[in-house]
Design a protein around this ligand. Structure first.
Ligand SMILES: C[S@@+](CC[C@H](N)C(=O)[O-])C[C@H]1O[C@@H](n2cnc3c(N)ncnc32)[C@H](O)[C@@H]1O
Length: 215
């Protein structure tokens, strides 16, 4: 990774950007959103940031070794973002995409997903292999990659309940249903989670799906 030229697209607040940079990559961040870009500038002032999106990358042809999309590819139109990826990658370069899914064997996470589905009158399912969820849609348009170029990695983090609820409330489903519906759910969810995590610290568990393609 050291010295590799990487463009992190849909960089958001820079979570992946920071990790790539810490591994010695020369990273450039690309982000369309005003708020996200402002936060990235505050937390990673040393990382170059270009405003733009994956459908029309503001980057030169053949300029990077690795193009990364951390939970952001699904916002693009692959009819445009895939040729754009091929254009900006150097010959032999790679496109890495990843996506956090909910594990299917952690009961409180499964139950929470059911509660969200019930509250908002639909299905809320981000679980690999479960009936309502097909992981490939988050990698839509990317040609199939061989087995050795995909991984599922489990990871977890322990966060204050407020952090967990804020993260949940930032999901698009909560945003589209409006503040009062979201607030009502989050208030009830706080009570339920305090029964499971009485210390107020929540252990979130994720299975991150990763694919590396050579478009
Ligand atoms: C779920 S966030 C992921 C942010 C960051 N990569 C991370 O892992 O924390 C998705 C990001 O994609 C960005 N985005 C939205 N539309 C996009 C597009 N067409 N091309 C690239 N990024 C886009 C959003 O502004 C947001 O920052």
């Amino acid at each position: 990774m050291r010295g590799a030229r990487v463009a992190d697209i849909g960089a958001g607040t820079g979570i992946a950007t920071a990790l790539l940079s810490a591994r010695g990559a020369e990273v450039i961040a690309v982000e369309p959103g005003d708020g996200m870009a402002a936060q990235l500038r505050r937390t990673l002032p040393e990382v170059p940031l270009v405003r733009g999106n994956g459908n029309a990358l503001p980057l030169a042809t053949s300029c990077v070794d690795l193009l990364t999309y951390a939970q952001a590819w699904h916002w693009t139109d692959p009819a445009h973002s895939l040729p754009e990826a091929a254009r900006v990658l150097r010959p032999g370069g790679a496109l890495a995409l990843w996506w956090n899914t909910d594990p299917h064997d952690v009961p409180w996470i499964t139950e929470q997903a059911r509660r969200i589905g019930r509250h908002f009158g639909g299905v809320y399912d981000n679980r690999q292999g479960s009936p309502g969820y097909t992981a490939p849609h988050v990698f839509e348009g990317v040609p199939a990659v061989p087995e050795h170029a995909r991984r599922t990695v489990r990871w977890s983090r322990t966060v204050p309940l407020d952090t967990h609820l804020a993260n949940l409330g930032s999901h698009s489903l909560f945003l589209v249903h409006g503040e009062s519906a979201a607030d009502a759910f989050l208030a009830r969810e706080r009570e339920r989670l305090l029964e499971i995590f009485p210390t107020g610290l929540v252990e979130e568990v994720y299975d991150v799906l990763l694919i590396v393609a050579t478009p």
